[in-house]
Design a protein around this ligand. Structure first.
Ligand code: G3P
Ligand code: MG
Length: 244
């Protein structure tokens, strides 16, 4: 039985925009603001190592250029993933999933791992990340929630490690979302906050799943969603919303 692994407040990409996204510096900053759970994006290097990065390309958030999946983990690990953000973070490295697992387990932090496959690698990413999570969180009562906008990635994770908790991410409402979430045996549906209202919360709860949203940075929006029975918020505004 999959148990719910996350507190209500989840820091987006580590600490939103206050530190370089998807780095340990971001996780540390989120933690300094009281956050005990983090969302981050995971994809595969050319030699199959899971690492954190949001974009398909390296250009925006690292010193590298071109498709993220074209470099080996050794090459990726030498890039600067902090200078683009600020001088204070120069030299910050791209973290491997292994490093993130050790950091989260050491500190007791919850994790929402968004499967963000390189184009065409949906199934491979779901399978490889699920098997890595199984090994890296072995014996842990709160393994990461694996989520994705790509049902094929979630399905591959389900096939590889069915015991891990899964979530379906929705950026728009398609007619098949209920059937997809059921067939993937998700324990959460995570939507763009603009799609969430009381009716949607009730529809998700009706499936026996948790209802979460991304990325809420506005206080009045957060209050309204909480009043409508929401189970969790992913936010950039770690300096505004205190989870404690
Ligand atoms: O996991 C929810 C959220 O992170 C999805 O959007 O583009 O920030 O990864 P994005
Ligand atoms: Mg994400």
């Amino acid at each position: 039985m999959q148990s719910w692994p996350l507190p209500f407040w989840i820091a987006h990409r580590g600490a939103g925009k206050l530190a370089p996204e998807n780095t340990l510096a971001a996780f540390r900053l989120g933690a300094a603001h009281g956050y005990r759970a983090f969302e981050c994006d995971v994809k595969l290097s050319s030699d199959g190592q899971p690492f954190l990065l949001h974009d398909d390309k390296l250009n925006r958030t690292t010193s590298g250029r071109g498709p993220a999946g074209a470099l080996s983990w050794h090459e990726l690990s030498r890039l600067d993933a902090g200078s683009w953000h600020s001088r204070a973070h120069a030299g910050e490295q791209i973290p491997s999933l292994e490093t993130v697992a050790a950091f989260c387990r050491r500190n007791g932090y919850g994790l929402n791992l968004e499967l963000k496959p390189n184009p065409g690698q949906e199934e491979e990413t779901g399978r490889v990340v699920a098997l890595a999570v199984r090994a890296l969180w072995a014996g842990d009562a709160r393994p990461p929630l694996l989520s994705s906008f790509k049902p094929a990635a979630v399905a591959a994770a389900q096939a590889a490690a069915p015991e891990l908790p899964r979530g379906l991410l929705l950026d728009s409402l398609r007619a098949s979302w209920r059937d997809e979430a059921k067939s993937l045996q998700c324990i959460a549906v995570i939507t763009n906050y603009a799609l969430m209202d009381r009716q949607m919360v009730e529809a998700i709860h009706g499936l026996g799943m948790k209802a979460l949203v991304y990325t809420v940075n506005d206080e009045s929006v957060a209050k309204w969603l909480i009043a409508n029975g929401l189970d969790g918020i992913i936010t950039d505004a770690v300096d505004k919303f205190s989870p404690v």
